[in-house]
Design a protein. Structure first.
Lengths: 142, 149
C-alpha cells in the first residue's frame, strides 16, 4: 500500500433494516435513525443511517486493503459528505447520488506483517468507500 | 415556519467529564463486526494471535459513545440533539481492544462555535484499558442545523 493509492471502492447496499441493526450493535438508538415521523419532523426525508455506519465501511475498506488485521489501521479521519437513507426508502426516487467519504489514513509501516509502535512511519492514503444505490440529499435545502 | 440560526452557547468549552466505563464482551464484538460486514475469524470467535476475540478498529465508536453521549446531553452544553448531524470523525488507535477488556473513556469539549448559522460541537475522547494502556483517541465533530421555528 503506497501513499496516494486509492483503495476500494467498496460497494455496499444497506438493507432496509440496517439502521435498526446498527443501532442494536452500537447502542445508538437516536430517534432520527429509527423513528420515521420524528425524523421528518426535524427536516429529514425520513430515517437516515448512522454516520458511524458509513464511517465503519470506510474503515473496513481501508483495513481489508492491508489484510484485515485491526492493528494495521493507526488513524482515520472521515468527513461525512451526505446523509444516507436505508435502501427501503429509495424506491420511486429519480436522483441517486453516491455518498463519498474522503479521509486521511495512516497504517503501520509494512502493513499487517509489520510491527505497530509509536515509532512506526505512517503512509498517507486517499481512500474512498462508495455506497451504491443510496439516495442522499443535500444538507442545506433552504 | 422559518429556518433560523442554531443557538450556540460556548460556556462549556474545555469542560472535562469523568471516565465512563465500558465492559467489552465477545458477543458485542461479533454483532458489530457482522453488521459492518467484517467477517474475519479474529472478530468472530478465534483468538488468532490476540488475547481474545479482537474488536475492529471502529468498535472504538461503540465503546467511547457512552462518554460522548454524556457530554452531548449535558444541559450546560445545550446541544439540540434532534437537529444534530455527525459531521466528521477522527480516531487514532494504539492498543487493540479484546473481549474481556474494560475500557475507560474520558470526554472533553474541545470546541463550540457557530458558523453559517449552524452550531459546531467538537468532542475529544481518550480511552484506556484496564492496564492503563491507551486504546484510542477520538475527535467527534457534530453540526447542529437550525430547526424549524
Amino acid at each position: 500500500v503506497k501513499p496516494g493509492k486509492r483503495i476500494g471502492p467498496l460497494h455496499v447496499r444497506p438493507e432496509g433494516d440496517m439502521a435498526l441493526r446498527y443501532a442494536e450493535a452500537s447502542g445508538d438508538h437516536s430517534s432520527v435513525h429509527l423513528n420515521e415521523d420524528l425524523a421528518r419532523s426535524v427536516g429529514l426525508p425520513g430515517v437516515v443511517l448512522h454516520g458511524l455506519y458509513s464511517i465503519a465501511l470506510v474503515a473496513r475498506t481501508a483495513n481489508e486493503a492491508v489484510g484485515g488485521d485491526p492493528r494495521s489501521l493507526l488513524s482515520l479521519t472521515v468527513r461525512g459528505r451526505a446523509l444516507v437513507e436505508p435502501e427501503a426508502r429509495q424506491e420511486g426516487r429519480r436522483t441517486i447520488r453516491n455518498a463519498r467519504a474522503e479521509l486521511d489514513l495512516s497504517f503501520a509501516d509494512g502493513g499487517p506483517q509489520g510491527g505497530v509502535g509509536l515509532g512506526a512511519r505512517f503512509g498517507r492514503l486517499t481512500v474512498e468507500a462508495v455506497l451504491v444505490g443510496c439516495p442522499t440529499f443535500r444538507e442545506s435545502r433552504g | 415556519v422559518g429556518w433560523g440560526v442554531a443557538v450556540v452557547e460556548a460556556r462549556a468549552m474545555g469542560k472535562r467529564y469523568p471516565a465512563v466505563l465500558y465492559g467489552v464482551d465477545g458477543e458485542g464484538i461479533r454483532r458489530y463486526a457482522r453488521v459492518v460486514g467484517l467477517d474475519l475469524p479474529f472478530h468472530l470467535g478465534r483468538k488468532a494471535g490476540f488475547r481474545d476475540i479482537v474488536a475492529p478498529p471502529m468498535f472504538a465508536a461503540v465503546y467511547t459513545a457512552p462518554a460522548v453521549f454524556g457530554a452531548m446531553n449535558d444541559p450546560e452544553v445545550g446541544m439540540d440533539i434532534l437537529h444534530n448531524l455527525h459531521a466528521s470523525q477522527r480516531f487514532v488507535w494504539s492498543e487493540p481492544v479484546c473481549a474481556g477488556d474494560t475500557v475507560f473513556t474520558e470526554a472533553r469539549i474541545a470546541e463550540i462555535f457557530e458558523k453559517n448559522g449552524k452550531g459546531f460541537y467538537v468532542f475529544e475522547t481518550v480511552s484506556v484499558n484496564q492496564h492503563g494502556l491507551e486504546t484510542a483517541r477520538g475527535t467527534w465533530t457534530n453540526i447542529v442545523r437550525p430547526g424549524p421555528s
